[in-house]
Design a binder for this molecule. Structure first.
Ligand code: ZN
Length: 138
């Protein structure tokens, strides 16, 4: 399943295993429902490759996880650039940003300046953000 870039999966060799390509412009509810039904039809041993912007890949990964797939059955190929979801540790609002890892972003919920690392949380479906000024305030 790929988002945005139709060619993202072309170079991914499946070695004769039957494959089912899904391509969407973004992780819309329709696209995720499509993924859900495709996984529902697939047999045990299915492998899922998700490619595209991190926010879309992670949204799709959480759907796949709901369908019972484990980490070993998923390959996530996130674009280096593209929107990421930052989960605010203070007010639990998800903020989507184009900023690269290691920079700051203002939370859309509480306005706190959040910094985030590459620590991705499957549980909340985003990168964990924490106050950039926490150490100074403490
Ligand atoms: Zn917040």
């Amino acid at each position: 399943m790929s988002f945005d870039t139709a060619d993202a999966l072309k170079d991914y060799a499946t070695a004769g295993v039957s494959r089912h390509d899904l391509c969407f412009t973004s992780a819309t509810p329709d696209a995720l429902a499509n993924l859900r039904s495709a996984l529902g039809r697939s047999r045990v041993g299915v492998r899922v490759v998700l490619a595209g912007p991190p926010a879309d890949v992670h949204a799709a990964a959480s759907v796949a996880a709901e369908c019972g797939l484990v980490d070993e059955e998923m390959t996530l190929r996130c674009n280096e650039v593209g929107p990421r979801v930052i989960f605010c540790g203070h007010c639990h609002t998800s903020t989507t940003t184009d900023h690269p890892i290691g920079t700051n972003v203002d939370c859309q919920g509480c306005g706190t300046t959040l910094t985030f690392t590459d620590h991705f949380s499957r549980r909340v479906g985003g990168y964990l953000g924490f106050s950039a000024h926490a150490e100074e305030a403490a």
